[in-house]
Design a protein around this ligand. Structure first.
Ligand SMILES: Nc1ncnc2c1ncn2[C@@H]1O[C@H](COP(=O)(O)OP(=O)(O)OP(=O)(O)O)[C@@H](O)[C@H]1O
Length: 302
């Protein structure tokens, strides 16, 4: 497909536990999906389900145990020997924006380094920096003279988005991007991201625990459970017609405003694991990841 920027195919990542032990954790299990131009994909699942590992594999911070990742039809681990060339177009933003900035440099120096390391010197450098800062709603005069510690988490996350804009990235991996922001700043940052994606064609893999945010922002939703991709599809289809028991449980667990917590209602992770096992057993006639309707697939057996 001409619009496909990235293809993740049968991706597997196992971690060995301990130095001598032969035991392995299957952190990511046979995952396949595509990222298209301008698309926002939410990757949702409980803690430890393998979301960050997928982000790190795409960002080449880890090597897959097997499977392949293609950016514009080229295998990222084989054909993009020059990582810098890859990072010009595929960038990550992580939960803690403070860790992404050198605390000793003012913001103007940090932006200078982006040109030096990734873009090369350009006559329009200052103009590009100003434009990208204005695009994320920041005043260049104010922001460029600050050190990272003089800015809030929300301002730093906006700066990370501005950095992606200057570099004109194709794919942004946003891992728990807005988790440390307050509710109103969250919506600002989300709206900004969505606007940029639609206007500039940038794609975002939005890694989150939060189903409501996922629903708000994404075109496509991927649900992960224990390293497996269990449901994938157009966001409205997955949310309105969930099939996998894990997706159903996640959607049921979103608190409603107005409903107080019921202390008699228990959530036991073992229960959901049992339900998932029963679902796989009862769907024996259906093998693997199956299309249940157009743009909506569900894992029926492992
Ligand atoms: N470097 C590593 N060495 C060994 N095990 C790891 C390593 N990184 C991750 N894991 C394990 O792989 C599994 C998936 O971890 P991952 O961080 O991808 O989950 P996650 O869904 O992103 O969780 P969270 O939402 O809490 O960040 C977990 O069981 C984790 O303990």
């Amino acid at each position: 497909m001409p619009n496909t920027l990235m293809k993740v195919e049968n991706l597997q990542k196992d971690f060995s536990i301990g130095i001598l032990s032969k035991k392995k954790i299957h952190a990511v299990n046979n995952i396949t999906f595509e990222i298209k131009k301008g698309e926002i994909i939410s990757l949702i699942g409980e803690s430890g389900s393998g979301k960050t590992t997928i982000g790190k594999l795409i960002l080449r911070l880890l090597k897959p145990s097997s499977g392949n990742i293609y950016y514009k039809d080229k295998d990222i681990n084989l054909e993009y020997k020059d990582k810098r060339k890859y990072y010009k177009k595929v960038q990550g933003i992580f939960q803690d924006p403070f860790a992404s900035f050198n605390p000793l440099f003012k913001i103007d120096r940090i932006f200078d380094m982006i040109f030096k390391n990734f873009i090369g010197e350009s006559k329009n450098k200052n103009e590009k920096i100003r434009d990208s800062l204005e695009c994320v709603g920041m005043n260049p005069e104010f922001i460029l003279k600050k050190y990272p510690h003089q800015l809030s988490g929300g301002q730093l996350q906006r700066l990370l988005i501005a950095r992606a804009l200057i570099m004109d990235v194709d794919v942004l991996i946003a891992d728990e991007l807005i988790s440390m922001l307050d509710a109103s700043t969250r919506i600002d940052v989300l709206n900004l991201l969505a606007k940029i994606c639609k206007e500039k064609g940038m794609a975002v893999l939005f890694i989150t625990h939060d189903l409501s945010l996922g629903y708000y922002i994404s075109d496509t939703t991927l649900i992960m459970h224990k390293g497996n991709l269990v449901e994938k599809g157009e966001t409205s289809l997955v949310y309105n017609n969930p099939i996998h028991p894990y997706t159903k449980m996640l959607l049921k667990s979103i608190p409603d405003i107005g409903n107080k917590w019921n202390k008699n209602e228990k959530f036991l992770p073992e229960d959901i694991n049992k339900k998932v096992e029963e679902f796989y057993k009862s769907s024996k006639d259906k093998k693997g990841f199956i299309e249940v309707e157009k743009n909506h697939n569900v894992l029926f057996s492992l």
